[in-house]
Design a protein around this ligand. Structure first.
Ligand SMILES: Nc1nc2c(ncn2[C@@H]2O[C@H](COP(=O)(O)OP(=O)(O)O)[C@@H](O)[C@H]2O)c(=O)[nH]1
Ligand SMILES: [Mg+2]
Length: 222
């Protein structure tokens, strides 16, 4: 039984990677930098997206693809209210976005009008890590109320990252979160990982994050 199951799983992953490569090609041809945001529910994915739009909107045209497990457009509506195009993908209960889903989302956007595509993946720290989408960078948003032990408990998602955001630092005085312990956990999994500690509530640290992203988008256009 086990021997039969393994090749099937590998085949599915191969197919996903193939579509991810096609997605990457579409983005590259249109000169769009793709960012895949992964995180727990409530960590502040949508809040970071809205702050990023606020900072970068004068310079960049930003499209957003919102992955949700239900047909709700709450996050997509917020992005559109901020003046940027958004597409909502309902995964039908699935715990992650995959490359074919993203492909359909890309088809619903005018890529040639965009500089940056931000994907808000489905909120959890396990499934999204296993599925490449074809984006250029992966980011995890960790937040202070989730606790400082998450890199130790969910190591996989921290390994393939290009950058990590630590959000809700305004809550540090109220929560037992050992920043050194958290950073040590990340360092073991992903040495030297670019890290931004910020707060969407106070705006602290947002500028540094937005500048890093702007540089990535501009480098990609060269
Ligand atoms: N105190 C505080 N709350 C935040 C911050 N960022 C987001 N939130 C709140 O956290 C909740 C979840 O945020 P949201 O962006 O919807 O998270 P998502 O589910 O990951 O998209 C909302 O009530 C936000 O207002 C922050 O930096 N500090
Ligand atoms: Mg959200």
């Amino acid at each position: 039984m086990t021997l039969k199951t393994v090749p099937v799983v590998e085949k599915i992953m191969d197919a996903n990677d193939q579509v991810a490569a096609e997605n990457r090609k579409l983005l590259d041809e249109a000169g769009v930098f793709g960012l895949n945001i992964m995180a727990s529910p409530g960590s502040g994915k949508t809040s970071v997206i809205l702050q990023t739009i606020q900072r970068l909107a004068p310079k960049l045209q930003i499209g957003v693809i919102e992955g949700d497990t239900a047909p709700v457009t709450i996050d997509a509506d917020k992005v559109m209210a901020a003046g940027m195009p958004a597409v909502q993908i309902n995964t039908g209960g699935s715990c992650h976005l995959d490359a074919p889903m993203l492909s359909r989302g890309l088809g619903a956007l005018d890529l040639k009008d965009l500089d940056l595509l931000i994907v808000e993946n489905v909120g959890n720290l396990i499934c999204p890590a296993g599925f490449a989408l074809g984006t250029h960078a992966n980011v995890v948003i960790a937040s202070i109320p989730e606790g400082d032990d998450k890199p130790y408990k969910y190591p996989n998602i921290y390994r393939g990252l290009d950058v990590i955001i630590i959000n809700k630092i305004d809550l540090m005085p109220y929560i037992d979160f050992n920043m050194d312990y958290f950073r040590k956990g990340i360092e073991i999994l992903n040495p030297g990982l670019t890290t931004f500690a910020l707060s969407c509530k106070t705006g602290e640290g947002i500028e540094e994050w937005a500048n890093w992203l702007l540089e990535k988008v501009e480098d990609h256009k060269k």
